[in-house]
Design a protein around this ligand. Structure first.
Ligand code: PEP
Ligand code: MN
Length: 338
């Protein structure tokens, strides 16, 4: 970190700042120019908020030369992380497709859809049991019963399951029933939840917040890794922009940016990005081409009567076509989708 000191600062003031930093365990490297003094701060500066240094009246500019995140940083771990979700590996050469309904609606629904998504090529089944709905009057999910339904499908069809957690109080229930715990966009900065998820070793699917930067997203992942859980998969699901033709704007550029900054795998959710089933195929193919490690797609037998997000859910046969096309893109970029 580099701190530029204002020209009118006294030596006494500079010494005060140096003392503050030395007390925090940093080494200081001072450089005096004709009119400017620069202080180089050496050590693990991830523990300092650069903005807090502007409280010193004589600090002119603070520049980070290293990212604020450490454990998720590719500089810290150059090799790609491969997360094992009950035997399904996410990251590395292989591309994994996750499919299933937005919400678990009934046991019958899950019993019907599971073999269909497996047949189409999905390796993990999705299904929300606790639904973060904008309206309190919309279907809120089957909660514990929904997790139990997923768990039964997992046993019967031998497929790992993913579902979204909304509260710290439900962690034990999720650890018992699901293989991959999803933190939804709305909870990306629920730091109390992230801290608790850092203490377990179940894989976590961390979705990007609706209006969060890539750095904020990586800082949220850092919370989980800092707690000791290194099994984190990132999920780009679109961000809110001025564009209203789609539900969100899929930030495809986050894929190469994440690949550069972090070793964590990244998958894409084209359903919540697009908000319309017609756009899912195109966004999925583009995501694979851009380097995503997988997809999570909403699939429903009868989207017309779905209790949530039917408008952005593919019918099983369309999902099957989508996976077949994704396979071809994967092969074209020397990756595999089995
Ligand atoms: C979901 O996956 O069901 C969901 C609610 O997604 P997001 O958190 O991305 O909105
Ligand atoms: Mn949904």
């Amino acid at each position: 970190m580099i701190i530029k000191i204002k020209n009118n600062a006294t030596q006494e003031q500079i010494n005060e700042l140096k003392k503050h930093l030395v007390n925090k365990g940093f080494e200081i490297h001072e450089s005096f120019g004709k009119s400017t003094t620069i202080i180089g701060v050496i050590g693990d500066t991830t523990t300092i908020d650069p903005n807090s240094l502007y409280a010193y009246e004589y600090v002119d500019t603070v520049l980070r030369v290293q990212e604020a995140f450490k454990k998720v940083n590719r500089k810290f771990k150059p090799d790609d992380t491969i997360v094992d979700v009950a035997g399904i590996k996410i990251g590395g050469k292989n591309i994994v497709v996750i499919g299933g309904p937005c919400a678990v609606e009934s046991n019958q629904q899950i019993q019907e859809i599971t073999p269909l998504v497996i047949e189409a090529g999905a390796k993990i089944l999705r299904g929300g049991a606790y639904k973060p709905r904008t309206s309190p009057y919309s279907f809120q999910g089957l909660e514990q019963e929904g997790l139990e339904i997923l768990s039964q499908a997992k046993q019967k069809y031998n497929i790992p399951v993913v579902s979204e957690i909304m509260s710290v109080d439900d962690i034990d229930l999720f650890v018992k029933h699901v293989d991959l715990i999803q933190v939804g966009a709305r909870n990306m900065q629920n730091f109390a939840l992230l801290k608790e998820l850092g203490k377990i070793n179940k894989p976590i699917l961390l979705k990007r917040g609706i209006a969060n930067t890539i750095e904020e997203w990586l800082m949220s992942a850092e919370y989980i890794l800092a707690g000791g859980n290194t099994n984190v998969i990132l999920c780009e699901r679109g961000i809110r922009t001025f564009e209203s033709s789609t539900r969100n704007t899929l930030d495809l550029s986050s894929i190469p940016v994440i690949k550069k900054l972090s070793h964590l795998p990244i998958i894409v959710d084209p359903s919540h990005a697009a908000g319309r089933w017609e756009y899912i195929e195109s966004l999925s193919l583009a995501s694979i081409a851009a380097g995503a490690d997988g997809l999570i797609v909403e699939v429903h037998q009868t989207p017309e009567t779905a209790l949530s997000d039917g408008q952005q859910s593919l019918k099983p046969e369309k999902f099957k076509t989508l996976v077949a096309k994704c396979k071809r893109v994967a092969e074209a970029i020397d990756r595999t989708l089995e």
